[in-house]
Design a protein around this ligand. Structure first.
Ligand SMILES: [Zn+2]
Length: 113
């Protein structure tokens, strides 16, 4: 999948199904202009394959963002899980939960203390 960063900080991702067509991914707002995202995923704060591809290519799993997540949860004591996933990434949050650094209980996330 061809991905290129644009001047405004969004990413242009080539459509796999139709040549010459592309979608715009905005990771700050967590949006994509593809129909699958707009019709289904947006409501449930999901990520389409274009957003996943941009994240994989440009963000990766860096320890800095993990530290940022933990610092953020610490500063708030308890954070709504949807809010945390929207602010950071679902993958990183899930990973921290599976590693036991965060706990999720009834839709809230806390630091394991
Ligand atoms: Zn998309």
């Amino acid at each position: 999948m061809g991905i290129s960063k644009q001047d405004d900080g969004t990413y242009k991702v080539d459509s796999e199904s139709s040549k010459g067509k592309f979608y715009t991914v905005d990771l700050n707002r967590m949006t994509c202009t593809c129909p699958h995202f707009r019709t289904r995923l947006q409501r449930i704060h999901g990520m389409c394959k274009h957003m996943e591809a941009v994240k994989d290519k440009f963000e990766g799993r860096d320890s800095e963002s993990y530290e940022n997540i933990i610092a953020y949860v610490k500063s708030k004591w308890e954070v709504d899980s949807i809010e945390l996933i929207k602010k950071f990434s679902e993958e990183a949050v899930d990973d921290l939960i599976s590693r036991g650094e965060l706990i999720e209980y009834r839709g809230k996330i806390r630091i394991l203390s």
